[in-house]
Design a protein around this ligand. Structure first.
Ligand code: URA
Length: 452
Protein backbone atom coordinates (compact mmCIF):
# COMPACT_ATOMS: atom_id res chain seq x y z
CA UNK A 1 0.00 0.00 0.00
CA UNK A 2 1.12 3.53 -0.71
CA UNK A 3 -1.27 6.10 0.78
CA UNK A 4 1.06 9.03 0.20
CA UNK A 5 2.52 8.94 3.71
CA UNK A 6 3.79 5.37 4.04
CA UNK A 7 4.93 2.68 1.60
CA UNK A 8 4.37 -0.54 3.52
CA UNK A 9 6.91 -2.76 1.69
CA UNK A 10 9.65 -0.22 2.57
CA UNK A 11 8.55 -0.29 6.25
CA UNK A 12 8.68 -4.10 6.28
CA UNK A 13 12.14 -4.09 4.73
CA UNK A 14 13.40 -1.51 7.21
CA UNK A 15 12.13 -3.51 10.18
CA UNK A 16 13.45 -6.75 8.67
CA UNK A 17 16.91 -5.17 8.43
CA UNK A 18 16.88 -3.98 12.07
CA UNK A 19 15.78 -0.37 11.56
CA UNK A 20 13.02 1.54 13.34
CA UNK A 21 9.72 3.03 12.17
CA UNK A 22 9.01 6.61 13.22
CA UNK A 23 5.99 7.29 15.52
CA UNK A 24 4.13 8.94 12.61
CA UNK A 25 4.72 5.82 10.50
CA UNK A 26 3.25 3.55 13.20
CA UNK A 27 0.23 5.87 13.48
CA UNK A 28 -0.35 5.89 9.72
CA UNK A 29 0.19 2.14 9.44
CA UNK A 30 -2.25 1.20 12.22
CA UNK A 31 -4.88 3.64 10.93
CA UNK A 32 -4.56 2.20 7.42
CA UNK A 33 -4.70 -1.39 8.72
CA UNK A 34 -7.90 -0.77 10.70
CA UNK A 35 -9.41 0.88 7.59
CA UNK A 36 -8.57 -2.29 5.56
CA UNK A 37 -6.09 -0.35 3.42
CA UNK A 38 -3.18 -2.61 4.43
CA UNK A 39 -3.65 -6.31 3.60
CA UNK A 40 -3.14 -9.00 6.25
CA UNK A 41 -0.16 -10.49 4.38
CA UNK A 42 1.81 -7.24 4.70
CA UNK A 43 0.88 -6.84 8.36
CA UNK A 44 1.86 -10.48 9.04
CA UNK A 45 5.25 -9.93 7.40
CA UNK A 46 5.82 -6.84 9.53
CA UNK A 47 4.73 -8.68 12.70
CA UNK A 48 7.21 -11.46 11.91
CA UNK A 49 9.96 -8.87 11.41
CA UNK A 50 9.07 -7.49 14.88
CA UNK A 51 9.26 -11.02 16.35
CA UNK A 52 12.88 -11.24 15.15
CA UNK A 53 13.99 -7.62 15.46
CA UNK A 54 11.94 -6.29 18.39
CA UNK A 55 10.92 -2.64 18.85
CA UNK A 56 12.79 0.34 20.26
CA UNK A 57 11.21 2.01 23.29
CA UNK A 58 10.00 4.88 21.10
CA UNK A 59 8.43 2.44 18.64
CA UNK A 60 6.72 0.47 21.41
CA UNK A 61 5.16 3.62 22.90
CA UNK A 62 4.06 4.78 19.43
CA UNK A 63 2.56 1.40 18.45
CA UNK A 64 0.70 1.08 21.78
CA UNK A 65 -0.71 4.63 21.48
CA UNK A 66 -1.72 4.06 17.84
CA UNK A 67 -3.56 0.87 18.82
CA UNK A 68 -5.15 2.39 21.92
CA UNK A 69 -6.62 5.28 19.92
CA UNK A 70 -7.68 3.13 16.93
CA UNK A 71 -11.32 3.19 18.07
CA UNK A 72 -13.47 4.27 21.02
CA UNK A 73 -12.05 4.59 24.52
CA UNK A 74 -13.84 3.90 27.81
CA UNK A 75 -13.67 7.44 29.23
CA UNK A 76 -14.23 7.32 32.99
CA UNK A 77 -12.20 10.28 34.20
CA UNK A 78 -15.30 11.94 35.70
CA UNK A 79 -16.85 8.70 37.04
CA UNK A 80 -18.84 8.99 40.27
CA UNK A 81 -19.91 5.77 42.00
CA UNK A 82 -23.14 6.12 43.99
CA UNK A 83 -22.64 9.89 43.81
CA UNK A 84 -19.08 9.76 45.20
CA UNK A 85 -16.10 10.55 43.04
CA UNK A 86 -14.12 10.88 40.97
CA UNK A 87 -12.38 7.78 42.27
CA UNK A 88 -9.50 5.44 41.50
CA UNK A 89 -10.18 2.97 38.67
CA UNK A 90 -8.23 -0.28 38.75
CA UNK A 91 -8.18 -3.49 36.78
CA UNK A 92 -6.17 -6.68 36.84
CA UNK A 93 -4.93 -8.55 33.81
CA UNK A 94 -3.57 -12.08 33.62
CA UNK A 95 -1.41 -13.21 30.72
CA UNK A 96 -3.50 -16.39 30.60
CA UNK A 97 -3.55 -19.74 32.33
CA UNK A 98 -5.53 -22.83 33.35
CA UNK A 99 -7.79 -22.72 36.41
CA UNK A 100 -7.18 -18.99 36.88
CA UNK A 101 -10.43 -17.61 38.27
CA UNK A 102 -8.94 -14.79 40.38
CA UNK A 103 -10.78 -12.05 38.40
CA UNK A 104 -14.13 -13.43 39.60
CA UNK A 105 -13.05 -12.80 43.18
CA UNK A 106 -11.01 -9.63 42.74
CA UNK A 107 -13.51 -7.45 40.88
CA UNK A 108 -16.19 -7.56 43.62
CA UNK A 109 -13.57 -7.51 46.40
CA UNK A 110 -12.01 -4.26 45.19
CA UNK A 111 -15.39 -2.66 44.53
CA UNK A 112 -16.10 -3.08 48.26
CA UNK A 113 -13.01 -1.03 49.09
CA UNK A 114 -13.87 2.28 47.46
CA UNK A 115 -12.28 1.54 44.10
CA UNK A 116 -14.10 1.38 40.75
CA UNK A 117 -13.39 -1.79 38.77
CA UNK A 118 -14.15 -1.50 35.04
CA UNK A 119 -12.96 -5.00 34.12
CA UNK A 120 -12.78 -5.78 30.40
CA UNK A 121 -11.91 -9.45 29.94
CA UNK A 122 -11.34 -11.97 27.18
CA UNK A 123 -12.46 -15.43 26.13
CA UNK A 124 -10.51 -18.66 26.28
CA UNK A 125 -7.56 -18.77 23.92
CA UNK A 126 -5.79 -22.00 22.96
CA UNK A 127 -5.38 -24.12 26.09
CA UNK A 128 -6.11 -21.18 28.42
CA UNK A 129 -9.48 -20.27 29.93
CA UNK A 130 -11.20 -16.87 29.67
CA UNK A 131 -13.13 -14.85 32.27
CA UNK A 132 -16.04 -14.12 29.91
CA UNK A 133 -16.69 -17.83 29.28
CA UNK A 134 -16.67 -18.45 33.04
CA UNK A 135 -19.13 -15.64 33.78
CA UNK A 136 -21.45 -16.82 31.02
CA UNK A 137 -21.69 -20.20 32.81
CA UNK A 138 -23.97 -18.32 35.25
CA UNK A 139 -27.46 -18.64 33.72
CA UNK A 140 -28.44 -15.36 32.01
CA UNK A 141 -25.18 -13.48 32.68
CA UNK A 142 -24.64 -10.87 29.95
CA UNK A 143 -21.03 -9.88 29.18
CA UNK A 144 -21.94 -7.97 26.00
CA UNK A 145 -22.80 -4.56 27.43
CA UNK A 146 -22.28 -1.33 25.51
CA UNK A 147 -19.76 1.08 27.01
CA UNK A 148 -22.68 3.33 28.04
CA UNK A 149 -24.45 0.48 29.86
CA UNK A 150 -21.17 -0.62 31.48
CA UNK A 151 -20.65 2.93 32.71
CA UNK A 152 -24.18 3.12 34.17
CA UNK A 153 -23.56 -0.12 36.10
CA UNK A 154 -20.20 1.16 37.36
CA UNK A 155 -21.90 4.33 38.60
CA UNK A 156 -24.41 2.22 40.51
CA UNK A 157 -22.36 -0.62 42.04
CA UNK A 158 -18.70 0.17 41.29
CA UNK A 159 -17.97 -2.97 39.28
CA UNK A 160 -18.68 -4.31 35.82
CA UNK A 161 -17.19 -7.32 34.00
CA UNK A 162 -17.63 -7.20 30.24
CA UNK A 163 -16.07 -8.18 26.94
CA UNK A 164 -14.26 -5.90 24.54
CA UNK A 165 -16.78 -4.07 22.33
CA UNK A 166 -16.13 -4.04 18.56
CA UNK A 167 -15.42 -0.30 18.80
CA UNK A 168 -12.76 -0.57 21.55
CA UNK A 169 -9.16 -1.00 20.25
CA UNK A 170 -10.16 -2.53 16.87
CA UNK A 171 -6.47 -2.57 15.86
CA UNK A 172 -5.73 -5.20 18.51
CA UNK A 173 -8.80 -7.25 17.66
CA UNK A 174 -7.62 -7.48 14.03
CA UNK A 175 -3.92 -7.80 14.72
CA UNK A 176 -4.34 -10.40 17.47
CA UNK A 177 -6.45 -12.63 15.21
CA UNK A 178 -3.74 -12.33 12.55
CA UNK A 179 -0.90 -13.07 15.00
CA UNK A 180 -2.80 -16.10 16.30
CA UNK A 181 -2.56 -17.77 12.86
CA UNK A 182 0.84 -16.51 11.72
CA UNK A 183 3.13 -17.66 14.55
CA UNK A 184 3.62 -14.10 15.81
CA UNK A 185 2.02 -14.21 19.27
CA UNK A 186 5.27 -14.93 21.13
CA UNK A 187 6.89 -11.50 20.97
CA UNK A 188 7.35 -9.42 24.11
CA UNK A 189 6.77 -6.02 22.42
CA UNK A 190 3.72 -7.29 20.52
CA UNK A 191 2.21 -8.88 23.65
CA UNK A 192 2.93 -5.73 25.68
CA UNK A 193 1.40 -3.41 23.06
CA UNK A 194 -1.63 -5.69 22.67
CA UNK A 195 -2.43 -5.89 26.38
CA UNK A 196 -1.55 -2.33 27.34
CA UNK A 197 -3.40 -0.72 24.42
CA UNK A 198 -6.60 -2.39 25.70
CA UNK A 199 -6.00 -1.65 29.38
CA UNK A 200 -5.03 1.99 28.82
CA UNK A 201 -8.19 2.47 26.71
CA UNK A 202 -10.15 1.85 29.97
CA UNK A 203 -8.72 5.12 31.40
CA UNK A 204 -7.40 3.31 34.45
CA UNK A 205 -5.51 4.98 37.27
CA UNK A 206 -4.05 1.65 38.42
CA UNK A 207 -3.37 -1.78 36.95
CA UNK A 208 -2.03 -5.03 38.35
CA UNK A 209 -0.58 -7.59 35.96
CA UNK A 210 -0.45 -11.30 36.75
CA UNK A 211 2.44 -12.56 34.66
CA UNK A 212 1.99 -16.30 34.46
CA UNK A 213 5.24 -18.21 34.15
CA UNK A 214 6.00 -21.86 33.42
CA UNK A 215 5.01 -24.63 31.04
CA UNK A 216 1.33 -23.62 30.88
CA UNK A 217 1.97 -19.93 30.18
CA UNK A 218 2.53 -18.09 26.90
CA UNK A 219 5.93 -17.07 28.32
CA UNK A 220 7.75 -20.09 29.72
CA UNK A 221 11.14 -18.62 30.57
CA UNK A 222 11.10 -16.83 33.97
CA UNK A 223 13.71 -14.30 32.77
CA UNK A 224 11.47 -13.34 29.84
CA UNK A 225 8.52 -12.92 32.23
CA UNK A 226 10.49 -10.25 34.07
CA UNK A 227 11.25 -8.44 30.80
CA UNK A 228 7.57 -8.58 29.81
CA UNK A 229 6.54 -7.22 33.22
CA UNK A 230 9.03 -4.35 33.04
CA UNK A 231 7.99 -3.54 29.47
CA UNK A 232 4.30 -3.32 30.38
CA UNK A 233 5.01 -1.33 33.55
CA UNK A 234 7.02 1.15 31.45
CA UNK A 235 4.03 1.61 29.11
CA UNK A 236 1.53 1.95 31.97
CA UNK A 237 3.55 4.41 34.03
CA UNK A 238 4.33 6.53 30.94
CA UNK A 239 0.55 6.97 30.56
CA UNK A 240 -0.01 7.93 34.21
CA UNK A 241 -1.39 4.52 35.21
CA UNK A 242 0.28 3.10 38.34
CA UNK A 243 1.24 -0.41 37.20
CA UNK A 244 2.47 -3.32 39.34
CA UNK A 245 3.18 -6.89 38.22
CA UNK A 246 3.38 -10.19 40.10
CA UNK A 247 4.99 -13.23 38.47
CA UNK A 248 2.95 -16.29 39.46
CA UNK A 249 3.35 -20.00 38.74
CA UNK A 250 1.62 -21.62 35.78
CA UNK A 251 3.56 -24.91 35.82
CA UNK A 252 0.38 -26.36 37.34
CA UNK A 253 -3.23 -25.06 37.25
CA UNK A 254 -4.32 -22.54 39.89
CA UNK A 255 -6.75 -24.08 42.38
CA UNK A 256 -8.50 -27.41 41.79
CA UNK A 257 -11.29 -26.55 39.35
CA UNK A 258 -10.55 -26.22 35.62
CA UNK A 259 -13.49 -25.60 33.29
CA UNK A 260 -16.03 -22.79 33.24
CA UNK A 261 -18.89 -23.73 35.63
CA UNK A 262 -16.52 -25.68 37.89
CA UNK A 263 -14.37 -22.56 38.21
CA UNK A 264 -17.37 -20.37 39.05
CA UNK A 265 -18.23 -22.84 41.85
CA UNK A 266 -14.67 -22.62 43.17
CA UNK A 267 -14.66 -18.81 42.91
CA UNK A 268 -17.92 -18.65 44.90
CA UNK A 269 -16.36 -20.98 47.50
CA UNK A 270 -13.43 -18.53 47.62
CA UNK A 271 -15.77 -15.56 48.09
CA UNK A 272 -17.28 -17.52 51.01
CA UNK A 273 -13.76 -17.91 52.48
CA UNK A 274 -13.37 -21.56 51.51
CA UNK A 275 -11.22 -21.49 48.36
CA UNK A 276 -8.09 -23.60 47.85
CA UNK A 277 -4.98 -22.16 49.55
CA UNK A 278 -3.06 -21.38 46.34
CA UNK A 279 -6.04 -19.60 44.73
CA UNK A 280 -6.61 -17.49 47.84
CA UNK A 281 -2.91 -16.64 48.23
CA UNK A 282 -2.64 -15.35 44.63
CA UNK A 283 -5.99 -13.55 44.95
CA UNK A 284 -5.00 -11.76 48.18
CA UNK A 285 -1.57 -10.80 46.80
CA UNK A 286 -3.06 -9.38 43.59
CA UNK A 287 -5.88 -7.67 45.51
CA UNK A 288 -3.45 -6.01 47.93
CA UNK A 289 -1.46 -4.63 45.02
CA UNK A 290 -4.66 -3.41 43.33
CA UNK A 291 -5.30 -1.31 46.45
CA UNK A 292 -1.71 -0.03 46.35
CA UNK A 293 -2.02 0.74 42.60
CA UNK A 294 -5.27 2.59 43.38
CA UNK A 295 -3.36 4.80 45.81
CA UNK A 296 -5.60 3.81 48.75
CA UNK A 297 -2.57 2.78 50.81
CA UNK A 298 1.15 2.29 50.19
CA UNK A 299 1.36 -0.32 52.97
CA UNK A 300 0.92 -3.80 51.52
CA UNK A 301 0.22 -5.35 54.93
CA UNK A 302 -2.66 -2.91 55.48
CA UNK A 303 -3.90 -3.58 51.94
CA UNK A 304 -3.73 -7.34 52.51
CA UNK A 305 -5.75 -6.98 55.72
CA UNK A 306 -8.40 -4.98 53.85
CA UNK A 307 -8.82 -7.50 51.01
CA UNK A 308 -8.98 -10.40 53.45
CA UNK A 309 -11.54 -8.43 55.46
CA UNK A 310 -14.08 -8.17 52.63
CA UNK A 311 -14.01 -11.95 52.24
CA UNK A 312 -14.39 -12.51 56.00
CA UNK A 313 -17.30 -10.06 56.27
CA UNK A 314 -19.18 -11.49 53.28
CA UNK A 315 -19.17 -8.05 51.58
CA UNK A 316 -17.37 -9.37 48.47
CA UNK A 317 -19.86 -12.21 48.07
CA UNK A 318 -22.75 -9.71 48.37
CA UNK A 319 -21.17 -7.46 45.73
CA UNK A 320 -20.66 -10.44 43.41
CA UNK A 321 -24.36 -11.37 43.78
CA UNK A 322 -25.31 -7.75 43.05
CA UNK A 323 -23.14 -7.75 39.92
CA UNK A 324 -24.60 -11.05 38.71
CA UNK A 325 -28.11 -9.63 39.10
CA UNK A 326 -27.17 -6.30 37.46
CA UNK A 327 -25.86 -8.16 34.41
CA UNK A 328 -28.96 -10.32 33.98
CA UNK A 329 -27.60 -13.43 35.70
CA UNK A 330 -29.53 -15.62 38.13
CA UNK A 331 -28.40 -14.45 41.60
CA UNK A 332 -29.77 -17.67 43.12
CA UNK A 333 -26.83 -19.52 41.49
CA UNK A 334 -24.51 -17.65 43.86
CA UNK A 335 -26.16 -19.22 46.92
CA UNK A 336 -27.05 -22.52 45.30
CA UNK A 337 -24.26 -23.51 42.85
CA UNK A 338 -26.37 -26.56 41.87
CA UNK A 339 -28.11 -24.07 39.57
CA UNK A 340 -24.89 -23.86 37.52
CA UNK A 341 -24.51 -26.24 34.57
CA UNK A 342 -23.32 -29.74 35.57
CA UNK A 343 -22.04 -32.36 33.12
CA UNK A 344 -23.91 -35.71 33.09
CA UNK A 345 -20.82 -37.96 33.25
CA UNK A 346 -18.13 -37.83 35.97
CA UNK A 347 -15.18 -40.26 35.91
CA UNK A 348 -12.07 -40.52 38.12
CA UNK A 349 -8.46 -40.44 36.97
CA UNK A 350 -6.45 -42.73 39.27
CA UNK A 351 -2.77 -43.58 39.54
CA UNK A 352 -1.48 -47.11 38.93
CA UNK A 353 1.73 -46.42 40.83
CA UNK A 354 2.65 -45.00 44.23
CA UNK A 355 5.07 -42.09 44.59
CA UNK A 356 5.20 -38.31 44.54
CA UNK A 357 3.20 -36.13 42.15
CA UNK A 358 6.00 -34.62 40.05
CA UNK A 359 3.97 -32.57 37.56
CA UNK A 360 0.37 -31.53 36.90
CA UNK A 361 0.96 -29.80 33.56
CA UNK A 362 -1.63 -27.15 32.64
CA UNK A 363 -1.33 -27.46 28.85
CA UNK A 364 -2.61 -31.02 28.41
CA UNK A 365 -5.31 -30.34 30.99
CA UNK A 366 -6.37 -27.22 29.06
CA UNK A 367 -6.31 -29.16 25.78
CA UNK A 368 -8.42 -31.94 27.35
CA UNK A 369 -11.01 -29.32 28.40
CA UNK A 370 -11.09 -27.95 24.85
CA UNK A 371 -11.63 -31.52 23.53
CA UNK A 372 -14.45 -32.02 26.05
CA UNK A 373 -16.15 -28.93 24.52
CA UNK A 374 -15.20 -26.49 27.30
CA UNK A 375 -12.98 -24.32 25.06
CA UNK A 376 -12.67 -23.34 21.43
CA UNK A 377 -10.77 -24.69 18.46
CA UNK A 378 -12.26 -21.91 16.27
CA UNK A 379 -13.11 -18.37 17.35
CA UNK A 380 -16.87 -18.70 16.66
CA UNK A 381 -17.33 -22.07 18.43
CA UNK A 382 -19.91 -22.42 21.26
CA UNK A 383 -18.59 -23.54 24.64
CA UNK A 384 -20.13 -26.19 26.93
CA UNK A 385 -19.84 -24.57 30.35
CA UNK A 386 -20.50 -27.77 32.30
CA UNK A 387 -17.44 -29.82 31.34
CA UNK A 388 -13.99 -29.76 32.92
CA UNK A 389 -11.50 -31.33 35.26
CA UNK A 390 -11.30 -31.20 39.05
CA UNK A 391 -7.83 -31.92 40.40
CA UNK A 392 -7.35 -33.92 43.60
CA UNK A 393 -3.55 -33.65 43.68
CA UNK A 394 -0.82 -31.01 43.64
CA UNK A 395 2.89 -31.32 42.80
CA UNK A 396 4.84 -32.66 45.76
CA UNK A 397 1.92 -34.68 47.18
CA UNK A 398 2.58 -38.35 48.02
CA UNK A 399 0.06 -40.80 46.51
CA UNK A 400 -0.62 -44.54 46.81
CA UNK A 401 -1.53 -46.85 43.92
CA UNK A 402 -5.24 -46.49 43.15
CA UNK A 403 -5.52 -42.95 44.55
CA UNK A 404 -7.67 -40.43 42.68
CA UNK A 405 -5.67 -37.71 40.90
CA UNK A 406 -8.55 -35.91 39.22
CA UNK A 407 -12.20 -36.15 38.15
CA UNK A 408 -13.29 -35.58 34.56
CA UNK A 409 -16.73 -34.06 33.92
CA UNK A 410 -17.93 -34.83 30.39
CA UNK A 411 -20.98 -34.90 28.10
CA UNK A 412 -20.54 -38.55 27.12
CA UNK A 413 -18.78 -41.73 28.30
CA UNK A 414 -16.57 -41.64 25.19
CA UNK A 415 -15.48 -38.02 25.84
CA UNK A 416 -14.81 -38.90 29.49
CA UNK A 417 -12.72 -41.96 28.55
CA UNK A 418 -10.41 -40.02 26.23
CA UNK A 419 -9.98 -37.16 28.74
CA UNK A 420 -9.28 -39.65 31.57
CA UNK A 421 -6.59 -41.26 29.39
CA UNK A 422 -5.05 -37.89 28.38
CA UNK A 423 -4.93 -36.58 31.96
CA UNK A 424 -3.65 -39.92 33.28
CA UNK A 425 -0.75 -39.64 30.81
CA UNK A 426 -0.12 -35.97 31.64
CA UNK A 427 0.13 -36.17 35.45
CA UNK A 428 3.58 -37.51 36.27
CA UNK A 429 4.23 -39.67 39.33
CA UNK A 430 7.88 -40.12 40.35
CA UNK A 431 10.20 -39.45 43.21
CA UNK A 432 10.69 -35.73 43.61
CA UNK A 433 8.85 -32.57 42.61
CA UNK A 434 10.32 -29.10 42.06
CA UNK A 435 7.34 -26.82 41.42
CA UNK A 436 7.88 -23.13 40.72
CA UNK A 437 7.33 -20.69 43.59
CA UNK A 438 3.64 -19.68 43.64
CA UNK A 439 4.54 -15.96 43.56
CA UNK A 440 8.16 -15.44 42.55
CA UNK A 441 8.62 -11.71 41.83
CA UNK A 442 6.97 -8.35 42.32
CA UNK A 443 7.82 -5.74 39.72
CA UNK A 444 7.17 -2.02 40.10
CA UNK A 445 8.54 1.16 38.54
CA UNK A 446 11.11 1.09 41.38
CA UNK A 447 12.51 -2.33 40.39
CA UNK A 448 12.16 -6.09 40.92
CA UNK A 449 11.66 -7.75 44.32
CA UNK A 450 12.37 -11.48 44.59
CA UNK A 451 9.66 -12.94 46.83
CA UNK A 452 10.99 -16.46 47.38
N1 URA B 1 -3.12 -11.57 25.55
C1 URA B 1 -3.35 -10.47 24.78
O1 URA B 1 -4.34 -9.76 24.98
N2 URA B 1 -2.49 -10.19 23.79
C2 URA B 1 -1.39 -10.93 23.53
O2 URA B 1 -0.65 -10.61 22.63
C3 URA B 1 -1.15 -12.08 24.34
C4 URA B 1 -2.03 -12.38 25.36
Amino acid sequence: MDDGTIVVPRLIERKRDGGALAPAEWRALIAAYVADRVPDYQMAALAMAVVFRGLSEEELVALTAAMRTSGDQFHLEDLRVAGIGPMARVDKHSIGGVGDKTSLLLAPMLACLGVAVPMISGRGLGHTGGTLDKLEAIPGFNTRLSLAAARRQLERIGVVMVGQTPELVPADRKLYALRDVTGTVESIPLIAASIMSKKLAESLTGLVLDIKTGSGAFIQDPAQSLVLGQTMIGLGEASGCRTIALCTAMDRPLGSACGNALEVREAIAGLRGGGPADLMEVTFALGADMLVAAGITADRAVARGAVEGVIRSGAALDRFRLMVEAQGGDPRAVDDPERLPRAPVSRPVTTASAGVVVAVPPRPIGHAIVSLGGGRMQADQAVDWSVGVELSCVPGQRVAAGDRLATVHARTEADAASAVAAIGRAIIIGERAAPLALISHRITREGIDVLT
